[in-house]
Design a binder for this molecule. Structure first.
Ligand code: ZN
Length: 310
């Protein structure tokens, strides 16, 4: 079965505790994995998602106390957008105001109500009201009732100089279709994928390039149902677009390849399997510090470097 949509989005944050507080306690996501950046094990890699951390719900961070702020610009993910039930925008507006979260008045985009706000590092987020999802399972916290809880990703907006070549990757490699245009945005949709099945390419023109740092997205990952599907995508990327992906890297919870799309945004293709319950029980995801096998012998040294978070 073809499942082309967002798998996860990975961003850079400031202090880990502040990041954890915001995503679990303000937005009510579940911390589904507490591990380290496999390429830089002195830094956490925190994964937030729904109860199981299924693809299309996962937002991850490399938090870094000393991270300099990034600057949003061309060649970056502009906005990460979650789904909430249709009647929930009022609830969230009030909640964000109570928690002192910078937010904008709700507006309409492609006929949907969008509530845009920022995380403590200035990363741009939004909630979109989606009809008919209030009965979908939700991860609930004491604080946020199931009626209003976030239900995974709605979409991501990518800020580009020239939409055409990125659009070609979305359609040819990931199976998206252009479904509409509004202002400087072109909307692409992946079949009937409910979770993370929408990408907006926004090309307003005349903006400087972005600079990586706290509050910016590091990469966006798209789903591949299997290694074979991933390998076919890699082959097609080279054949049809002249773009070479990295070799496959084992990230324990998925297997990934990476490439820069024509506007400079780092794309990943991640397998759906094996998921987050591969190294700890589904009921206690995110509680223990999990390390890949090649770092297990360095556990004590790594723990001594990482800030304590709870
Ligand atoms: Zn990734």
């Amino acid at each position: 079965m073809v499942q082309n949509a967002i798998h996860h989005i990975t961003a850079i944050a400031g202090p880990a505790q502040r990041n954890l507080d915001f995503y679990t306690r303000v937005l009510g996501l579940r911390l589904v994995k507490k591990t380290v950046n496999f390429d830089d094990p002195g830094t956490y890699h925190l994964y937030y998602g729904d109860e199981a951390g299924q693809p299309g719900t996962i937002l991850t961070f490399f938090p870094w106390a000393q991270a300099a702020p990034g600057r949003l610009g061309v060649g970056e993910t502009q906005e990460t957008v979650f789904r909430v039930p249709e009647g929930s925008i009022g609830y969230w507006t009030q909640r964000l105001n109570e928690k002192g979260v910078v937010n904008e008045a709700p507006r309409t985009r492609f006929g949907e109500t969008v509530l845009a706000f920022e995380d403590p590092d200035g990363m741009r987020l939004a909630l979109v009201a989606v009809p008919g999802i209030e009965n979908e399972p939700a991860w609930t916290t004491g604080d946020i009732p199931a009626d209003h809880a976030i239900r995974g990703f709605h979409s991501a907006s990518l800020l580009v100089e020239n939409a055409a070549p990125t659009g070609a990757i979305l359609t040819d490699i990931f199976g998206f279709t252009e479904i509409g245009r509004e202002g400087s945005r072109i909307r692409y949709k992946a079949g009937d994928m409910a979770l993370g099945g929408i990408i907006d390419l926004n090309a307003p023109g005349g903006l400087p390039r972005g600079r990586s740092g706290a509050g910016t997205v590091h990469h966006i990952a798209f789903r591949a149902a299997s290694d074979t599907v991933q390998a076919d995508m890699v082959k097609k990327l080279m054949q049809n677009h002249g773009i070479r992906a990295t070799e496959q890297k084992n990230r324990d919870y998925f297997r990934a390849v990476y490439f820069r799309e024509p506007n400079g945004i780092l794309f990943e293709i991640a397998t759906d399997d094996p998921g987050f319950a591969v190294d700890e029980p589904a009921s206690s995801l995110g509680q223990a510090l999990k390390l890949p096998r090649f770092l297990e012998s360095k556990r004590e040294r790594i723990k001594a470097v990482l800030p304590k978070i709870a």
